[in-house]
Design a protein around this ligand. Structure first.
Ligand code: DP6
Length: 355
């Protein structure tokens, strides 16, 4: 008897221009475009196996070995239904001899290879890997950009993890969401010198989830409207140009400004949302001082590192590989930690205060 199974992986991505706010919560359509760097496949990633079998009685999902309920009408159910629909429309209706996998239930098992202690959101890599594995199982003739329309409905930021390198998620304008998809701005090979250092400030689960936090911001923050209309569109253009020109100074300036504005709209939310803590702010001070010195004409006049923070206190520092050694020693000096383990793209700490 034939076994229908496919395994794929998807990496984590970290945004430089932040997605924060939905104009449609069901389809997950954002209020603004965003742009991220997809981290190296070899490091932080989700690996997902999907299996279809006529003998399965219902769709089931396991995350890191623990079964999770698939809520009817929920995000996972929506992604699975969309992929089954594409299988039927694009494969089975065209080739009547193709096995009707779309009518079988699926079993999906997903693992993250990064420590939960890293405090990184796994929904982006998780939904990207789920989408890619079902697309492989179903032999869908769809490029990653088309699949991003489906991963987006699992978790907004997941759409960007289907592509490597520097990736934009265009907000789009259609109510159907068909133009709200991820596109590659540049492949990883375009600018391999850029590395990411992940500084684990706290490994406890964040207080306000991205999903509920951003909706509260949409409903209550007057500053968000200014960001959507007058700030993000120009930043998307400027950071894409900086990436194409490999202009790290400009890339860093925009990335840090956007992280700070995202945390400003979180603070402008009612009640306010605080994602950063004192250690996060101290890391900002260290990087700002490092850049202030680097910006002096006698030192070259260019920024050497960029911090960015998502919906939590952990810092991601982007920098050219040539500066990383210096940055790591500096961070270790100011934030001594108990335990670090090194990776080619970064360094993790697990004590809750250091890198
Ligand atoms: C701060 O993609 O986790 O990381 O669409 O509700 O699942 P949902 O939200 P999610 O939000 C990510 C927010 C962010 C910024 C970003 O990744 O762009």
């Amino acid at each position: 008897m034939a076994v229908y199974s496919a395994t794929t992986t998807a990496p984590v991505n970290i945004a430089c221009i932040k997605y924060w706010g939905k104009r449609d919560t069901k389809l997950i359509l954002p209020t603004n475009s965003s742009l991220s760097v997809t981290l190296d496949q070899d490091h932080l990633r989700s690996t997902t196996t999907s299996r279809a079998d006529a003998a399965y009685v219902k769709d089931r999902l396991w995350l890191n070995g623990v079964e999770e309920e698939i809520k009817p009408g929920g995000r996972t159910a929506t992604c699975i239904a969309e992929l089954k629909r594409l299988r039927k429309e694009l494969v089975e209706d065209v080739d009547s001899a193709a096995p009707t996998l779309s009518s079988f239930s699926v079993h999906i098992a997903s693992y993250n290879n990064f420590p939960t202690a890293a405090g990184l959101a796994s929904s982006a890599s998780g939904f990207a890997a789920l989408t890619a594995s079902l697309a492989a199982l179903y032999s869908l003739p769809c490029p990653p950009t088309t699949l991003s329309l489906i991963a987006r409905q699992g978790s907004g930021s997941a759409c960007r993890s289907l592509l490597g390198g520097f990736v934009a998620w265009n907000a789009g304008t259609l109510d159907s969401g068909l133009d709200s998809l991820a596109v590659q701005v540049a492949p990883e090979t375009h600018w391999p010198e850029i590395h990411a250092l992940i500084c684990v400030v706290s490994d406890t689960k964040k207080g306000t989830s991205s999903t509920s936090g951003m909706q509260r911001t949409v409903e209550t923050s007057p500053l968000l409207q200014h960001r959507i209309e007058h700030v993000v569109p120009q930043r998307m253009i400027d950071i894409s140009t900086a990436i194409r020109n490999r202009n790290f100074d400009r890339f860093a300036e925009i990335t840090m400004a956007d992280s700070n504005q995202f945390h400003a709209v979180a603070l402008d939310t009612s009640p306010p949302i605080f994602y950063m803590n004192d250690v996060s702010r101290a890391i900002i001070a260290v990087i700002e001082e490092y850049n202030r010195v680097a910006l002096l004409p006698e030192n070259g006049g260019k920024r050497k590192a960029a911090y960015t923070y998502d919906a939590g206190p952990n810092a991601v520092i982007y920098a050219p590989a040539a500066n990383m050694k210096e940055i790591i020693s500096m961070i270790i000096h100011f934030f001594p930690q108990q335990e670090v383990f090194k990776d080619s793209f970064g360094l993790f700490g697990t004590d809750g205060v250091g890198v």
